[in-house]
Design a protein around this ligand. Structure first.
Ligand SMILES: Cc1cc2nc3c(=O)[nH]c(=O)nc-3n(C[C@H](O)[C@H](O)[C@H](O)COP(=O)(O)OP(=O)(O)OC[C@H]3O[C@@H](n4cnc5c(N)ncnc54)[C@H](O)[C@@H]3O)c2cc1C
Length: 387
């Protein structure tokens, strides 16, 4: 059962698979011990990815990128999901990460931020979450109060990835508390060395992520550093997250596939009580469920990405993909761990890393309960009949 990917996407996906199989999987146990790739390793892998034609997939052609659609990027991301070699939420090795928000920059900011980011000279972090506002970002309280030629920002953000390596923060802050998420939240570019921006602490997690808490104390941000019009910021963040949800699902495809490879191989080779595990129905059913979920997830995710590329609104479908992708890939890692027994709990295999990473995915960028809540509203609207 396959979603028929167009030939050019099958081809780029095959190149991604070759890179993962030859250069990442053989080194993944050593690489996954640290939360950052060593600089030399990163440079070497980025070079290999560029040589394989996998760089700058989402960057428009006018900026030297490949301008690939979401389906192509998702198909490639699924291949990278098969390995734990790269940091959990870290930058990929496919060239600089350019957030779609940055394409809204104009004038000097385009020269100072967008172009250097595309060239890999500068990096940005995205700051939406606050200690009191995660799943419900509309509750954010960081304010940007407008003066004559600048805003004054006060507040705090938490769980901000890569703040230590970033030159700029893409900050969401409240510009009109009455309007809130409906036109009262704006986006800004804030240089990380602006007076009043303070990194409070780096946060240890059970994954390889080390996000930061950041305080903003009377930070002066020029009016020109607002992205788009006042009040557009919340929408920018949400649009980016739709794409992010499909990336979660793509990663899930890779995780399930790899766990299936590992689990089936182990079940066939390991005997207990005089017979291979592969002959036990309880083990077979685990493999069947993994296979079923792999096929369901591929069909769901590729169908949604293709619809997105045709310009359709896939917001609700992206919720479904993230929910199912995160949950079923965590279940696959869990089943794989069970089949491996004690060995599955060790760091001799990538399984425990898959397990920790996929558990964390169920919480970030939209926890399962929040996705289901939104889906339920849509389902009720579409299916409830007058009684
Ligand atoms: C490693 C890591 C990296 C991150 N990177 C970034 C980043 O770069 N930038 C950024 O802005 N943010 C980032 N985040 C923040 C992340 O997106 C939030 O943690 C996530 O949105 C959840 O918010 P919260 O932690 O405040 O959980 P809460 O909002 O407190 O929710 C806790 C739990 O309550 C449940 N829940 C919440 N609402 C409902 C509901 N309505 N009904 C039923 N149950 C509900 C869910 O089970 C949820 O898991 C990162 C987080 C982590 C851990």
């Amino acid at each position: 059962m396959e979603f028929a990917l167009p030939p050019e996407i099958v081809e780029i996906q095959a190149r991604a698979r070759a890179l993962v199989d030859e250069h990442l999987i053989p080194h993944e146990l050593a690489l996954s011990r640290s939360h950052k790739l060593p600089a030399k390793t990163r440079a070497r892998l980025e070079k290999l990815a560029a040589a394989a034609g996998l760089s700058l997939l989402n960057v428009p052609r006018e900026y030297g990128g490949q301008e690939r659609g979401l389906l192509a990027r998702i198909a490639v991301a699924a291949e990278f999901g098969r390995t734990t070699a790269l940091p959990t939420r870290g930058p990929t090795i496919l060239g600089p990460e350019v957030s779609p928000i940055l394409y809204h920059l104009t004038g000097e900011l385009r020269e100072q931020v967008l172009l250097p980011v595309i060239r890999g000279e500068k990096r940005t972090a995205f700051a939406q979450t606050e200690p009191g506002a995660g799943s419900d970002p509309a509750r954010m309280t960081t304010t940007a109060v407008r003066g004559v030629d600048h805003y004054v920002v006060n507040g705090g953000k938490i769980f901000i990835g890569f703040a230590d390596e970033s030159d700029f923060i893409q900050l969401l802050a409240v510009t009109d508390p009455v309007k809130g998420a409906r036109g009262g939240i704006s986006a800004f570019i804030v240089p990380i060395d602006t007076p009043g921006v303070r990194i409070v602490r780096q946060i240890e997690t059970m994954m390889r992520d080390r996000p930061f808490e950041i305080a903003f104390e009377d930070v002066h941000v020029p009016l020109a550093n607002r992205i788009g019009t006042e009040g557009q910021g919340f929408g920018f963040g949400q649009a980016w997250l739709t794409e992010g949800r499909l990336k979660h699902a793509a990663r899930g495809i890779g995780v399930i596939e790899r766990c299936l490879e590992l689990a089936a191989t182990r079940a066939a080779g390991r005997s207990t009580f005089g017979a291979p595990l592969a002959e036990r129905q309880s083990i077979q059913w685990m493999l069947v469920d993994m296979y079923l979920h792999l096929n369901q997830l591929k069909l769901m995710t590729y169908t949604t990405a293709a619809a997105h590329d045709r310009g359709e609104d896939v917001r609700y479908d992206s919720y479904m993909c993230k929910y199912f992708g995160d949950e079923s890939s965590f279940a696959a890692a869990d089943a794989c761990m069970q089949i491996f027994g004690g060995l599955g709990l060790t760091t001799d295999t990538p399984i425990e890393t898959f397990w920790r990473d996929q558990r964390s995915m169920i919480i970030t960028e939209g926890a399962t309960e929040v996705l289901k809540l939104t889906l339920a509203r849509d389902i009720l609207k579409r299916y409830a009949r007058e009684s």
